[in-house]
Design a protein around this ligand. Structure first.
Ligand code: NAP
Length: 291
């Protein structure tokens, strides 16, 4: 964004905290690439002000918004319409302006899918281990089931949570592919090679020496490991996957593509993989500067 004038459209990120977000970098770079007169700003919203924030943004003619922690579920009460996929997941991270309010979408899940596609990682027909059953893992489990995974072993420290999520997804999609397991029972997994997705907060900076499973034997079963965490760039989980001969990826592309898809929804423009890769390089540089 070289300058702001009377015709500049505004988008923003609602959350608390928002101070370390990379979303302005993603969106403002894409505005530059597409030549749109549009700016994206962080919007710190205090507890209790979410409804005011959404209504205020609409009144102020904001084109669109992203929503982050802790408001992704609560914001559903304040949207005019909701995309069926976001409704199923129970979380909205993107608000797209429409007549009389905003329509809520979930681009986290679609972002992970596009990020995986760009790395050549398959979901359809795969046997998948998904570690975690929190907000992010729930969305990933939906994605895997919707995109035709053969089996999803949903492994969580608290078995009840994994059972709840697995039941919800199997019921919503009329499937039976999501199988809940207790994390410590990883030794019971059938002897095969899996795509393993790490969806817990274990290993996140500054606890960089931690992984949800430390046993090297587990990683013998993993052909590809995908960690939703992107800070550090290589998590302990990723290192353990590589030590056992597998390929590993971090969650930066997921973050990138949730932003790319939100930008496309806000503007109706399509972003090429080449443009997305340029944004990815800028994100990597920005993260290195903050180390
Ligand atoms: P969350 O809702 O708080 O879920 C946390 C999960 O981690 C739960 O399954 C929890 O298990 C498990 N967990 C936490 N501490 C544990 C421990 N000591 N031992 C075993 N399990 C433990 O978090 P979230 O919002 O889903 O986010 C999870 C991660 O995804 C975060 O690191 C976040 O940065 C990342 N993420 C990345 C992107 C991206 O764009 N790349 C987007 C969203 C999230 P219990 O159920 O047993 O408590």
């Amino acid at each position: 964004m070289e300058f702001v004038n009377g015709k500049t459209r505004t988008c923003g990120l609602i959350g608390n905290p928002v101070e370390h977000t990379l979303s302005p970098l993603i969106h403002n770079t894409l505005s530059g690439f597409t030549g749109l007169n549009q700016i994206y700003v962080p919007l710190h919203v205090e507890t209790g002000f979410l409804e005011d924030a959404v209504k205020g943004a609409y009144a102020l003619n904001f084109l669109g918004m992203n929503v982050t922690v802790p408001y992704k579920s609560d914001v559903i009460s304040y949207v005019k319409e909701i995309d069926p996929v976001a409704k199923n997941i129970g979380a909205v991270n993107t608000l797209v302006r429409m007549d009389g309010g905003y329509k809520g979408y979930n681009t986290d899940m679609l972002g992970l899918f596009r990020g995986m596609q760009s790395e050549g990682i398959n979901i359809e027909g795969e046997e998948i281990i998904l570690i975690g059953a929190g907000g992010a893992a729930r969305a990933v489990a939906f994605l895997c089931a919707m995109k035709g995974a053969k089996q999803v072993y949903l492994m969580n420290r608290t078995l009840e949570k994994a059972e709840l999520v697995a039941n919800e997804i199997n019921e919503a999609l009329h499937l039976s592919c999501v199988v809940p397991m207790k994390l410590e029972d990883y030794g019971l997994l059938p002897d095969k090679k899996y795509l393993a997705i790490q969806g817990t907060s274990i290993g996140l900076h500054p606890n960089v020496e931690a992984a949800p499973i430390m046993d090297p034997q587990f990683y013998e079963k993993v052909h590809t490991g995908y960690d939703l965490i992107y800070n550090p760039e290589k998590t302990k989980f990723m290192q353990l996957v590589e030590d056992a001969g597998g390929k590993s990826y971090n969650g930066l592309k997921m973050l990138l593509y949730q932003g790319v898809i939100a930008f496309e929804l806000f503007t109706g423009k399509s972003i090429s993989e080449e443009q997305a890769n340029k944004v990815h390089d800028k994100m990597m540089k920005a993260m290195k500067q903050h180390e």
